[in-house]
Design a protein around this ligand. Sequence first.
Ligand code: AMP
Ligand code: ZN
Length: 116
Amino acid sequence: MPMSDCIFCQIAQGKIPSEMVYEDDQVIAFKDIHPLAPVHLLVIPKLHLRSLNDVTPEQEPLIAHLFGVIRRLASELNVADSGYRVVTNTGADGGQVVGHLHFHLLGGKALNAEIG
Ligand code: AMP
Ligand code: ZN
C-alpha cells in the first residue's frame, strides 16, 4: 500500500519526477538528487517498508532480488570491477532521513574508507 506522504512511494508511482534508471514489478532505481559519487543510485522496493527493521522473513526474497538488481546495475554502470559500496542507513543513529527502505549504490571514485 503506497503511503501518500512518502516521497519514495510518490517517486515509485511516478507522482514525483526522478531520474529513473531501472524498474521492474518489485523494485526501482533512480539517481540520488544530491550525488556523493559519480555513480549514486537509490535502489528501493516499490512496497513501502520504513527501514530494514520492517522486513519480515517472507519479504527476504524481495531483498535478495533487490541485491541482484544492484549487482546488475553495478555491472551495467561499469563500476563492478573498479568497486562500489552499498549502504542502507537505518534509524536515527544510522542517519536515515527518508523513511522508505532504500539502498545507496555508490561508485565511480575511490570512496572514503571510513564507514562509521
Ligand atoms: P538517507 O535516508 O540518509 O539514507 O538518505 C536519503 C537520500 O535520499 C539522500 O541521499 C538524498 O539526497 C536522497 N533524496 C531525497 N529526496 C530525493 C529525491 N526526490 N530524489 C532523489 N533522491 C532523493
Ligand atoms: Zn514509501
